[in-house]
Design a protein around this ligand. Structure first.
Ligand SMILES: CC(C)[C@H](C(=O)O)[C@@H](O)C(=O)O
Ligand code: SF4
Length: 420
């Protein structure tokens, strides 16, 4: 009987010849990531002092200060300082601060490799599945065990196959595919399962777009969101000087999937997730005309180069509506630099966008872009829970970067195809 990607990756990590969904395995972790919000400061440092105050392998730990950077309060600055100092005193050279949201940093700096196990103290760690890794979020207690031993137990998940075929229409993006999938499967429909995305509509996507999909696998409850690594992944890694140390696992043709969902990308139109649940998805046409006060393009979901370029295509030569805040936060310093060099940030700024630093801040309501009672934001991010961006009486519509850009121009939720 054939094996899925997850079964193959976890068998390799456990050092066993084969694994089957349902098996409980002790796996060796290839990279352990902590961010500033759930990292060392969350009892981990204290507990390690009680047990053994050193990490199992300094080269396999990555610590990223991203949620509280740039610090907006003294408390946030103290947390970032604590995180930085902890990394230094524990010899963790893989420390990054104010480079961008952790998941983008992990990929850009080569810490997510095909066929490896990457676990992080952030729920969107699953984004790494776009490069063919088994990447998943864990809690601080699990992370404590990993830091001390380099291992953790995992139950090999069953896999749901999500097949996207057909040609994506102009003006429709991977974010629309992601939201359509989540709206169909539901916010708990993939609990403790892996989701594997297949089909030519997936393989035709660039890596930026693929990551927008795997990033949100957790919004269905999934343990991991995977795509078989192909030449686009190999080229991406090669461009970063990485040509070995990974395995290109793909699911066997006779692998066992617990469910299969099929979608036709050629029939997909822009969709949005309406307040206050990520699976509250409807066609954008059903909420067209909804007033918005803020438009946000950013985060580990929708702040990559392709997102900014797509938004610039809509905004070029046009102006943000008076009274609408269009905030743009490139998902990393590298993206910020490249988008600036290529004139993309100038187009966005010319239209009236305010370009922010690479940060988690707006996405999770930690330091800027907060909403008042009765305000609405359309956002290229991944969560729209109550109070996510400030007031509990505000609302967030999740959409593609192109839909966000189009809505910023009109001041109401708008189909981006009107501007193409
Ligand atoms: C605050 C952090 C732990 C959280 C996560 O785990 O995803 C955040 O990044 C988010 O996007 O909600
Ligand atoms: S950008 Fe948003 S979704 Fe991504 S890690 Fe930061 S807070 Fe979480």
């Amino acid at each position: 009987m054939g094996k899925t990607m997850s079964e193959k990756i976890l068998a390799k990590a456990a050092g066993v010849p084969t694994a089957t969904a349902g098996d409980i395995l002790w796996v060796n972790v290839d990279k352990a990531m902590m961010d500033d919000i759930l990292g060392p400061r969350v009892e981990i440092a204290e507990k390690m002092k009680e047990i053994k105050d050193e990490v199992w392998d300094r080269d396999k730990v990555v610590i990223i200060s991203d949620h509280y950077t740039p610090p907006a309060t003294i408390k946030q600055a103290e947390i970032v300082k604590f995180t930085r100092d902890w990394a230094k005193t524990h010899g963790v050279a893989n420390y990054y601060e104010f480079i961008g949201p952790c998941h983008q940093v992990m990929v850009e700096y080569g810490h997510v490799l095909p066929g490896t196990v990457v676990l992080g103290t952030d729920s969107h760690t699953c984004m790494g599945g776009a490069l063919g890794a088994f990447a998943s979020g864990v809690g601080s207690t699990e992370m404590l065990g990993i830091l001390l031993t380099g291992k953790t137990w995992l139950r090999v998940p069953e896999t749901i196959k999500v097949e996207w075929t057909g040609r994506l229409p102009d003006g429709v993006m991977a974010k629309d595919m992601s939201l359509k999938t989540i709206g169909t499967i539901g916010h708990a429909g993939a609990t403790y399962k892996a989701v594997e995305y297949v089909g030519d509509a997936i393989t035709n996507l660039c890596l930026d777009e693929r990551m927008a999909i795997t990033n949100m696998a957790v919004e269905m409850g999934a343990k991991a969101g995977l795509m078989a690594p192909d030449t686009k992944v190999v080229e991406y890694l090669k461009a970063r000087g990485i040509t070995e140390g990974y395995t290109l696992f793909a699911s066997d043709s006779d692998a066992v999937f617990c469910a299969t969902y099929r979608f036709d990308a050629s029939e997909l139109e822009p969709v949005v997730a309406c307040p206050h649940e990520v699976d509250n998805v409807t066609e954008l046409s059903n909420v067209k005309g909804q007033v918005i006060h803020q438009a946000y393009i950013g985060s580990c979901t929708g702040g990559r180069y392709n997102d900014l370029a797509a938004a610039a295509r809509v905004l070029k030569g046009r102006k943000v509506a008076n009274g609408v805040r269009l905030l743009v936060s490139p998902a990393s310093h590298e993206i910020w630099r490249q988008a600036a060099a290529d004139g993309i940030l100038s187009i966005l700024a010319e239209a009236g966008a305010i370009i922010l630093a690479p940060t988690c801040g707006v996405c999770v309501g930690l330091h800027s872009g907060l909403l008042a009672d009765g305000e609405y934001c359309i956002s290229s991010t991944n969560r729209n829970f109550i109070g996510r961006m400030g007031s509990k009486n505000a609302g967030i519509y999740l959409a593609s970067p192109m839909a966000v850009a189009a809505s910023a121009i009109t001041g109401v939720i708008t189909d981006p195809r009107e501007f193409l």
